[in-house]
Structures are given as C-alpha cells and as structure tokens.
Ligand binder design. Sequence first.
Ligand code: FES
Length: 108
Amino acid sequence: MEGFDYICKLDELQEFKGRKFIINDIEIAVFKINSEVFALNNICPHQQSHLIYDGFVEDEFVVCPAHGWKFNLRTGKKDSGSNGLDSYPIEIKDSQVYVKVHPKNLRW
Ligand code: FES
C-alpha cells in the first residue's frame, strides 16, 4: 500500500457520520456508508468552509452544511457533474483504514 497513510480503525468511524482528519497537511472528511469508506477534501469550494465532514449524507452525496452544495462521495464531483472536491483512494486492511492523499488537483 505504497503512499497510503493510516487514518483510524474501521470501528472508530460511525455509519453516516463524517469525521475530519489531517493527513500530510491535507484536511480530509471521511465517511463510512454501509461499511464502505470514502474520503474527500474537507474544504468546500463554495466559500471555503471547513465543514464537509459535518455534512448530511443523502444517497451517494454529502451536503455541505453551510449552503447545501452536494458532492458525490465517490468522485467528489458536484451533483451537477462539475468539479467539486478532491477524492482520495481508501484501503482497508485488518480493520484499519488507510488513505492516499495528494496535493490539490481541482481548481475552484
Ligand atoms: S460553503 Fe459549502 S455550500 Fe457554501
């Protein structure tokens, strides 16, 4: 799992409730949905609120609590399909969760 960093144990994530982590200076929002784990950048492109982790999860989207922009949990894209948040690959091994973060790709 080259390039992956440890986040937490799988059972430290609650279903449908996001958590914020800082991995290699990148702030991420991590969600566990039906035992699948997703990681997105935590900073909303709308007004740069650091609140994505606190968003409501609906279908495969997380809703920014500030003004309701929606982002796909798998891709980070907005519900309109346009650029949204960076998303990061997750690996789970021995009930431990790892992420591979990268510097920002998407332009706002
Ligand atoms: S800051 Fe996220 S929708 Fe406005």
